[in-house]
Design a binder for this molecule. Sequence first.
Ligand SMILES: [Zn+2]
Length: 475
Amino acid sequence: MKRAISVALATLASLCAAAEKSPPLQAGAAAVDISPTEFPLNMPGGFRGNRAEQLHDPLHARALVLDNGTTALALVVVDNLGVSPEVMEEAKALAAERCALEVDHMLVCSTHTHSAPASNTREGSAPAVAYRKRLVAGIAESIVQAQAKLKPASLGAASHPLSGVVFNRRWYLKPGKMPPNPFGGMDKVKMNPGTSATVLDRPAGPTDPDLTILSVRNARNKPMCLFANYALHYVGAVPRGKISADYYGEFARLMPIRLRADEDFVAMMSNGASGDINNIPFLVGRPPREPFEQIRIVAQKAADTAWQAYRKIEQYQSAVPLGMMERGITLQYRKPNAEQVTRAKAVLAIKDEAERAKLPRLADHYARRTLAAAEREDGLTVKLQAIRIGDFAICAIPFETLVEIGLELKERSPFAQTMVIGLANGRHGYLPTPRQHTLGGYETWLGTNIVQKDASVVIVKQLLSMLDTLSGPGR
Ligand SMILES: [Zn+2]
């Protein structure tokens, strides 16, 4: 009798422990239109200015909120080149005021579409000021709406490769083909060096073809939300002056069809570690496309791949441990030496047109960036986040992160499946690995990259330790 009671008590205790560990999951998702309504607007992302005059397709802030009773967190994807940390912080604070979520349990990332307005413009025009407001309010609203929609849910994760649309854009060139860099030196590799076989030798890095999804279903097992991630910088070729969410928007539009989902279903595509990955098929060539055609082609392939991944999920879980950690780490600014400063000043002092024509491409632009870098003081504190959703993990990095960093995190993560999101919680330029720094090229240039050359090593180490903590016992 006594034994029976103790067994019964033990069973009860383990049931309580199980319930405490994994309370039932609730989820909610929402998409809020953040398209600009006033024009013109500055669109950053190219070396030539680009004024937005017209909307081609809408921009959104899309949010997924997960809540298991002990932990609640929000994942937000914003159609923008790179929302500034200030705008993101304002939006998070506004959302926290309006719903029961903590600001350090919100991951906000940008898709990196190159055809969206600047987020934190200094131009001060009425449309720019209005857009900043709309962006802050829209990001916050997406979180508030998703949180308000919380209902019982289950989730699963999977990935499936899509290799034909991602290419490493940094290349070694044939002897004698490398042009001088803007600083007058010679790099070992070049970004986007054209597609000629007489120029191209071999790519300087890998790609990551895995499209990863987190799929959320409601209590009736109908799709509620699909949060995707893919390491592709963007597709682009958007006509000048037009606003577009690039393939991220088209992917979100197609996914409800792929999954036969109801109207309130929300899909979102976040940007992976794609700083050196684009959609140019070097050495292969591609027939000419009409505007937006290539965006649609890539979106269709990505949607098909997400559908393949979706079908791989065998088991959905409705009781999952959730965890989220945020760390501010301080990195040293990368500074020019005295010789680099002298050269930059000399470049900017040249007034004679014939002399200026002899300068390397973008010499002026990077001379100004060199002088700006010399002025920077102290370090830059950036935000890293790690999230646990059952046996699935997310790493969030506020840089245009080169692909090897994403691959390393996925490889070394203690979780069954790991997603690496770039341009999350801010945008602080490119993040190359120390190896890529030794090769040179656009992503490593002083001014394109603004932090210490081993920043990626520091960041990977931090994120892995955060993942370890999240995966540890008691979590
Ligand atoms: Zn970029």
